[in-house]
Design a protein around this ligand. Structure first.
Ligand code: AVJ
Length: 294
């Protein structure tokens, strides 16, 4: 629900906010370690298939593709995403920047069904970047990674980007920025519901609210009702009765620590291999290998 055209533009703005550190931190980590990531994934092979879950516009993938081409490695890039529009943009920008890379996009919902990858001779590097995994509940994350694992060969690599647990004020600020861009991103859902489901949400009767849920290790975004109100959502056949201050819980963004990551990977057929963090330890890239036996 977040990513209609307006939501997508707002998210792009979020990624440039001073308070929103995940995106730029991940980019720095990729720039610093791209050579190493590609070498680890490739071993002695001279070709590499890169499969990316939730590729979106794939801007950060350019860093890895460039590193592979510098090493003279032949690259096949398979971006997977639910959004055909995002994939089209990704393919165009890659075709332009890296003519030698063969791009094989796939529109799939990797959450509800395992992606179907054709057999490949040579190593595959799977990517799941942007802390996108943080939007899913632990059981859903496990399903996504297990499904991915079924499509990989033993010793294929998997690079996972995750936001880490840190001081609460830093986390809150990243989701409640001073320019109100994240607030607009959250409230945009109501406009979309009004447009697409014929609801009558008064956008001014809700405020953006962010909480750190320590028990679940997640940031929660809510829309808090400013007053007692009733909202009709005809196409969902819903009538919503909200008390003053009652909230609609719109998003979770899970934050990880080493233990949680090790457990998640080992439960989903991956062997933890290398981890890179920024000096503040705010964000992690974890490289693991598909285990021989799931
Ligand atoms: C795209 C899931 C990584 O959880 O940080 C940013 C989405 N929501 N600000 C995140 C988001 C509010 C973002 N991810």
């Amino acid at each position: 629900m977040f990513y209609d055209d307006a939501g997508f533009r707002l998210f792009e703005r979020i990624t440039t906010l001073p308070e929103y550190y995940p995106c730029r931190t991940e980019r720095q980590l990729l720039e610093e370690h791209a050579e190493n990531i590609v070498m680890s994934a490739c071993g002695s092979a001279r070709r590499l298939r890169i499969v990316e879950l939730g590729a979106g516009s794939a801007c950060k993938t350019h860093i890895l593709l460039a590193a592979a081409l510098r090493q003279g490695i032949e690259v096949i890039y398979m971006p997977l995403d639910v959004s055909a529009d995002a994939l089209e943009t990704a393919c165009e920008s890659i075709a332009e920047a890296f003519p030698p890379v063969r791009v094989l996009p796939q529109v799939v919902n990797y959450v509800s069904a395992p992606p179907q990858l054709s057999p490949f001779i040579g190593p595959t590097l799977a990517l799941y970047l942007g802390s996108s995994i943080g939007n899913f509940k632990p059981c859903e994350s496990r399903t996504i990674l297990r499904n991915l694992g079924t499509q990989l060969k033993a010793d294929d690599s998997f690079l996972l980007g995750t936001d880490l647990v840190k001081e609460e004020s830093t986390l809150i600020a990243a989701y409640d920025d001073s320019q109100g861009v994240t607030a607009a991103f959250n409230l945009n859902i109501l406009m979309r519901l009004n447009r697409e489901l014929g609801s009558n949400f008064d956008v001014n009767a809700f405020r953006h609210s962010v909480r750190w849920n320590a028990d679940e290790s997640r940031i929660e975004m809510h829309l808090q009702s400013i007053r007692r109100q009733v909202v009709e959502i005809p196409l969902a056949e819903l009538e919503l009765h909200l008390d003053k201050d009652e909230t609609i819980h719109t998003e979770n963004s899970y934050k990880f620590d080493d233990d949680a990551l090790r457990t998640l990977l080992s439960q989903t057929s991956f062997r933890w291999e290398l981890m890179w963090k920024d000096p503040q330890q705010w964000y992690a890239l974890t490289l693991s290998r598909k285990a021989a036996y799931a």
